[in-house]
Design a protein. Structure first.
Length: 191
């Protein structure tokens, strides 16, 4: 059974540092010994966070997406129109994912538990965009579009952006790809 590590603050600090390490370098090649050395803690401290490297990576992925969601929603909150909220949302998703290296994204895609966390968050993001589209249609800001289809389109592009497929096919970095997605989506459904 996992115990809290030196309280919640220390635990959060360890996960924040771990997430920064994994985002920068990926995780498939790292051992628990290397992670402990990089985090300047003992392996036994890591075992209080998770029972294995795999569980540690999965928990760090959850921590990353939880923090990213808070960041994204904070960017959306001040916006007053559906169009501005969607644009802010997509741009913030791009900004939140900007620190993720190609190695991290490749490792995430190859590790089923972490990939499942990513896919769950992509589904959540699609539902969130769908809600904003429905709000925009109801307010007369957007034409009457099939919101679920538009959200599915967004989710599909988010997956392609995050897997770096858009970069390969267009040369756009993630932030630019999210800007283009926001512009095309909000312009395409405008009333």
């Amino acid at each position: 059974m996992n115990r809290p590590v030196f309280g919640t603050r220390r635990r959060t600090e360890l996960f924040d540092t771990l997430v920064a390490l994994l985002l920068a370098e990926g995780f498939a090649h790292l051992t628990l010994d290397e992670i402990a050395a990089r985090l300047r803690c003992s392996k036994s401290t890591l075992y209080t966070l998770a029972a294995s490297k795999e569980q540690l990576v999965q928990m760090a992925t959850v921590h990353f997406f939880r923090s990213a969601t808070e960041f994204v929603e904070a960017r959306v909150a001040p916006e007053t129109t559906a169009r501005a909220r969607i644009a802010a949302y997509l741009l913030a998703v791009g900004a939140a994912l900007d620190p993720a290296s190609d190695q991290f994204m490749a490792d995430l895609d190859a590790f089923a538990p972490a990939r499942a966390v990513y896919e769950q968050n992509t589904r959540f993001a699609a539902r969130r965009v769908q809600e904003m589209i429905v709000d925009g249609v109801a307010a007369g800001e957007f034409r009457d579009v099939h919101a679920a289809f538009a959200a599915d389109l967004v989710a599909t592009m988010m997956v392609r952006i995050q897997r770096r497929l858009v970069r390969e096919s267009t040369g756009l970095d993630d932030a630019d790809a999210y800007r283009e997605l926001a512009a095309i989506l909000t312009g395409g459904i405008r009333a």
